[in-house]
Ligand binder design. Structure first.
Ligand code: PEP
Ligand code: MG
Length: 538
């Protein structure tokens, strides 16, 4: 038995086998083979398996994002069966007597170059698809993790680190817990782990060899990873896990109740989501609306800009699922730790303070307008709020409103119906706090992003794990800022919520309610504990 310590990102107990999540290095070795028929058979088996994976991905995408998002996997299946592509791989294996992985890599390179050099934009774009299916096929040939994960039992996933885009692509139903060596508790990967409602630890110094495949316990309450537990420890944790589950059952009594203090103050309890996959948890935990839909995850999941139609499908799904309850969708907030290859963002020395979020949207209005069109179209199906991240000036808000108005007018002129939409801004920079009095005159609501507000106020990079111990959202500067924002907002009848992680901190709930906060938006699993706390408050 070996007990290691780490930092808890999301509490809870998980018991199961560890699986190491290895990053694909992309290096394909070339080696000579002597038995060509066996190598060709190995290729054929891998092609079948890859086709099965693509079919499963098609079905998953179909249920999560609809037909338009799923289509790409159908195209990939067809490309995998393309005779020229298959002939090229077979010829390289037979002619050069080399391994199948190498033959696939060479073929992928040749075909991608050929597609890239074509005039037609459609064919140009196929270069990325060829690379994608080939990487998948190579991974299956190598017996890679991607190939096995679909069929394996749920596991404790151990990794050096996980990027937000890797995390969104994981099959959530197959993961019992996350354990990473690096990462910070304020990163978006950590936030995703909380939304997924699974125990997660960071900063655990595990040994790869000893860890992979081992039986283990993740104790997200005490921040421990116990590898190869002895019988007594295992029993103790099984009991603890049962007790935790019992507590969760008791909380369910809070379902359907109104979130109101004993003295009659009503607080709106909304949920943060990253995509349609989080909707079951939102409904199960009885959220009263969605206070933050991080729309950038839609962009992170794709290898090209999501079209207006694709975005519309997703927003409409969320709005319809919430059946008239308010759904606040935040416009694209990329940059910093959320990097997207196809945006071609330059490398920056200070990405958190760089070209990101609303700055990109105002600089590249065609991207912004596509998203706004999709949002306004979806507004006809329910109750939408749109909010804008990283605001620092009234001028920005005026520009945003002008663009939003032109999009709205354009849709109306086309005879497309639009519902009423509330507009809001995130208060997550000290500048926004200081001018909140003026900002409040411009918008319907504020949502305080305490994650970034803490980072910028305390001058602490939220990604830097060395500074995790002094990244303190309880700092009096932050609490005073929240109070200032609430007072300024209310002077102008603007309602105000918190959507940063601090909103879920039960030790501050009473303080926030007393300050006059109108709304708290948190990961789905924090809704019922918060309701219980508020109901028991004066
Ligand atoms: C925040 O900054 O508090 C916030 C909610 O946004 P994000 O964590 O996505 O930056
Ligand atoms: Mg933020």
């Amino acid at each position: 038995m070996n007990s290691l310590t780490g930092k808890t990102v999301f509490a809870g107990i998980a018991i199961g086998r560890i699986k190491l999540h290895k990053k694909e290095t992309g290096v394909v070795r070339r080696y000579k083979i002597s038995d060509i028929p066996t190598e060709l058979k190995r290729l054929e088996t891998a092609l079948d398996k890859t086709d099965g994976e693509l079919e499963a991905l098609y079905n998953k995408a179909l249920s999560e994002v609809g037909e338009s998002g799923a289509d790409i996997f159908d195209v990939h299946r067809m490309m995998l069966k393309d005779q020229d592509y298959l002939d090229s791989i077979n010829n390289i294996i037979s002619g050069e007597k080399v391994n199948a992985e190498f033959a696939v890599a060479v073929t992928a390179d040749n075909f991608a170059k050929m597609f890239s050099s074509m005039e037609d934009e459609y064919f140009k774009a196929r270069a990325a698809d060829i690379k994608d299916i080939s990487e998948r096929l190579i991974s299956v040939l190598k017996g890679g993790a991607g190939a096995d994960e679909a069929s394996s039992e749920p596991v404790i996933l151990a990794a050096e680190d996980l990027s937000p885009s890797e995390t969104v692509q994981l099959d959530k139903s197959k993961i019992l817990a996350f354990v990473t060596k690096y990462g910070s508790s304020n990163s978006h990967t950590a936030i995703l782990a909380r939304t997924m409602n699974i125990p997660a630890l960071i900063g655990v110094d595990f040994d790869e060899e000893q860890t992979d495949g081992a039986q283990a316990i993740v104790d997200g309450i005490k921040g421990k990873l116990i590898i190869d537990p002895d019988g007594e420890t295992l029993e103790k944790y099984k009991k603890l896990k049962q007790e935790e589950e019992e507590k969760a059952r008791l909380l369910l009594e809070m379902k359907g109740k109104e979130t109101v203090t004993k003295s009659g103050r009503k607080i709106r309890l909304y949920s943060n989501i990253g995509g349609t996959g989080d909707l079951p948890a939102v409904l199960e935990n009885d959220a009263e609306g969605i206070g933050l839909f991080r729309s950038e995850f839609l962009y992170l999941e794709k290898d090209n800009y999501p079209t207006e139609e694709e975005q519309f499908d997703v927003y409409k799904t969320v709005v319809q699922a919430m059946a008239g309850k308010l759904v606040i969708i935040r416009t694209l907030d990329i940059g910093a730790d959320k990097q997207i290859g196809y945006f071609d963002l330059e490398k920056e020395d200070n990405p958190a303070m760089g070209y990101r979020a609303i700055r990109i949207c105002l600089d590249r209005p065609e991207i912004f307008k596509t998203q706004l069109r999709a949002l306004y179209r979806a507004s006809a199906y329910g109750n939408i709020g749109i909010m804008f991240p990283m605001i620092i000036s009234v001028d920005e808000v005026k520009k945003i409103k002008e663009i939003a108005e032109s999009v709205r007018a354009g849709l109306k002129a086309d005879g497309i119906s639009i519902g009423s939409v509330e507009l809001g801004v995130m208060i997550e920079t000290p500048a926004a706090v200081m001018i909140s009095d003026d900002l409040a005159k411009e918008v319907d609501f504020f949502s305080i992003g305490t994650n970034d507000l803490t980072q910028y106020t305390l001058a602490i990079d939220r990604q830097n794990r060395r500074l995790d111990n002094i990244y303190d959202p309880h700092h009096p500067a932050i609490l005073k800022m929240i109070k200032t924002v609430v007072d300024n907002a209310h002077k102008h009848d603007t309602w105000v919520g918190i959507c940063g992680e601090l909103g879920a901190d039960l030790s501050l709930t009473e303080t926030f309610v007393k300050m006059g906060i109108d709304e708290l938006s948190v990961s789905p699993n924090f809704i019922l504990p918060l309701r219980k706390t508020i109901i028991n408050m004066q």
